[in-house]
Design a protein around this ligand. Structure first.
Ligand code: NAP
Ligand code: ZN
Length: 349
């Protein structure tokens, strides 16, 4: 089915309108009319080939929400008209230990929503900056938020699950003091979710202009990380740090803030590595450094339901499809509070 989309023809080209082809739904497929797609910093990293493996044309977008428009003959869990979401995963092997544990995000054969291997034309997956998508039912998420919030739900499909999963895995709860580093798309969700889990939340930002905004998002304290005095006041005080920063930076400045046995989890994925941390900063307090990638499908549904029950959504700025290149430039400057969301209807105008 011919489908309007926005993508890049090459790494040095801006995103522009293009026509792509979507397969007709097979037995276990769900076809979705996309209403909104969130703009993740990973979209920018990949469309500009900052990570390895980008294939062109590249149509980014993995924070997808919309309505079911058709279902395959064997699909019983979804019906035409249902509000649904697609995150970063559209396929996996379905039988390895990771898939069996509902951790498809760690399956060696996980297929990303864009840039992943597929038998569909053109041989790699094409993402959510498009009018519709066809996905196996296993990877389709149910949205229980009120429809009025649909656009602000879109970023939960990546920014939400990428912060929820490590907060849950490291059992963040009441009594914990948690640092969220980088107040962008991921970080602002990290503040909301850690707060909803009962933690005392400290937001770390390089932007003085976000100081008041972070407290409005739910942070109990905000630290401007460029200010050594404010950093020193947090020394050895945090149980857990979730680091979402999209660029290489000094990790030691943050290790110094962890208590004994504290953990810093990296979810930010910069194009070039962070300087390696000082061993003494780890061994002297038995501190840990870890990483985490998105989340599995069952946990993504759990996160969506957790957010629906508590009325949690992202803070968004809506854009038209033809504003995407400007939005990328603003994202690079940290000039978005806190997630751009593309209105897909704007492609047809
Ligand atoms: P974003 O909206 O651009 O937020 C990143 C934040 O990092 C910025 O708002 C800024 O916050 C801070 N920052 C500090 N210095 C920076 C610099 N030199 N350049 C860029 N940002 C800087 O990005 P995002 O969508 O939240 O994604 C954050 C990172 O996570 C990206 O690398 C993305 O690829 C990665 N990611 C990873 C996963 C995963 O599964 N692990 C999933 C999604 C995204 P302040 O202004 O508060 O300092
Ligand atoms: Zn993402």
């Amino acid at each position: 089915m011919p489908t309007k989309a926005y993508g890049a023809a090459a790494r040095d080209r801006p995103l522009e309108p293009m026509l792509i082809e979507r397969r007709a739904p097979t037995a276990h497929d769900v076809e979705i009319d996309i209403a909104y797609c969130g703009i993740c910093h990973s979209d920018l990293h990949q469309v500009r080939a900052e990570w390895e493996g980008t294939v062109y044309p590249c149509v980014p977008g993995h924070e997808i929400v919309g309505r079911v428009s058709a279902t395959g003959a064997r699909v019983s869990a979804f019906q035409v008209g249902d509000l649904v979401g697609i995150g970063c995963i559209v396929d996996s092997c379905k039988h390895c230990p990771d898939c069996s544990d509902g951790l498809e995000n760690y399956c060696d054969q996980m297929v990303g929503t864009y840039n992943g291997l597929t038998t569909d034309a053109p041989g790699h997956t094409l993402g959510g900056y498009s009018e519709r998508i066809v996905v196996h039912e296993r990877y389709v998420l149910r949205i229980r938020h009120a429809e009025a919030h649909l656009a602000a739900v879109a970023p939960l499909l990546c920014a939400g699950i990428t912060t929820y999963s490590p907060l849950r895995h490291w059992k963040v709860s009441a009594g914990h003091k948690v640092g969220i580093v980088g107040i962008g798309g991921l970080g602002h969700m990290g503040i909301k979710l850690a707060r909803a889990m009962g933690a005392h939340v400290v937001a770390f930002t390089t932007s003085e202009s976000k100081r008041d905004a972070a407290s409005a998002l739910g942070a109990h304290e905000t630290v401007v990380s460029r200010n050594p005095g404010e950093m020193a006041a947090q020394a050895k005080g945090l149980d857990f740090i979730l680091n979402t920063v999209a660029a290489p930076h000094d990790l030691d400045a943050f290790f110094a803030l962890l208590k004994r046995d504290g953990t810093m989890v990296l979810v930010g994925a910069p194009a070039t590595p962070h300087p390696s941390p000082q061993v003494f900063n780890l061994i002297t307090k038995r501190r840990s450094l870890a990483g985490s990638m998105i989340g599995g499908i069952p946990e993504t549904q759990e996160m969506l339901d957790f957010c629906a029950e508590r009325g949690i959504v992202a803070d968004i700025e809506m854009i038209r499809a033809d504003q995407i290149n400007d939005a990328y430039e603003r994202m690079l400057k940290g000039d978005v509070k806190y997630r751009f969301v593309m209105e897909i209807d704007s492609m047809t105008e």
